[in-house]
Design a protein around this ligand. Structure first.
Ligand code: SF4
Length: 233
């Protein structure tokens, strides 16, 4: 069930400088100039990140501050996940890549959908540059569409109800926007069944990451003296 975009060639992992240069290219992307209020790509990533969070696109508050999930939706998401801000915003643990990186503007019905150019241009190179990702949280319909285009159900509610089906790679969830409070009230199984599942998977992910970084793991898996030269061949 792995996204083919995420297939990483272990014989040629991306170097640190190539990764920085990819992020720099995305941050200076102006592909949607004239189509959106102001190109300002907002994302976080690091090759060591084990969790990927995919939302829709920044809202106005996030666009202003440049910090993803720095709004009531982000607060709700951190509560769902049971983690603090410092953990959430540590890019070596959590990569944050919305379906569209720039604020798309508004219509009379609310924020516009994420720009399709974004995934077309950047999804494949980004996923190939994140070899450590073990779980991807898909928040809301646009994230489901982008990552589960053929296997999701037509109704978001049905996709979320069957969330365990996409484990261990993906967990499709509703968007944690306060506007979805009514949905949460109507579907108590989400709080009772899916949120505990989310927390169990996250705990396993953090524990596995901690084991990999523990001194005993380092002494068993990593030579004490690294060979000189490029540490990311
Ligand atoms: S939305 Fe994506 S493709 Fe469009 S300008 Fe922003 S980063 Fe570039």
């Amino acid at each position: 069930m792995r996204d083919p975009d995420r297939t990483v060639d272990p014989s040629s992992p991306m170097s640190a400088s190539a990764f920085d240069s990819l992020l720099e290219s995305i941050r200076s992307c102006r592909q949607c100039e004239g189509l959106i209020p102001e190109p300002r790509p907002i994302l976080r990533a690091h090759p060591e990140a084990r969790l990927l969070i995919v939302g829709q696109a920044p809202g106005q508050a996030v666009h202003r501050t440049g910090i993803p999930w720095n709004d009531p939706s982000g607060k709700a998401l951190r509560e769902w996940m049971g983690i603090e801000r410092a953990h959430f915003y540590d890019p070596t643990r959590v990569a944050i890549l919305p379906a569209g990186f720039c604020y798309p503007g508004r219509s009379e019905h609310g924020d516009l959908p994420p720009r399709p150019e974004c995934a077309r241009l950047w999804k494949t190179p980004l996923l190939k540059s994140l070899p450590a990702i073990r779980l991807t949280l898909l928040l809301g319909r646009y994230a489901h569409l982008l990552y589960l285009p053929e296997t999701r159900s037509q109704r978001l509610t049905d996709t979320v109800r069957e969330a365990a089906r996409w484990l261990p790679d993906y967990l499709p969830l509703p968007h944690p926007s306060p506007r979805n409070r009514l949905w949460l009230k109507r579907h108590l199984w989400f709080t009772e069944d899916i949120l505990p599942l989310l927390r169990i998977r996250l705990r396993a992910l953090w524990e596995e990451g901690a084991r990999k970084c523990s001194p005993s793991a380092i002494s068993q898996e990593t030579p004490l003296f690294m060979p000189t030269g490029d540490p990311h061949p």
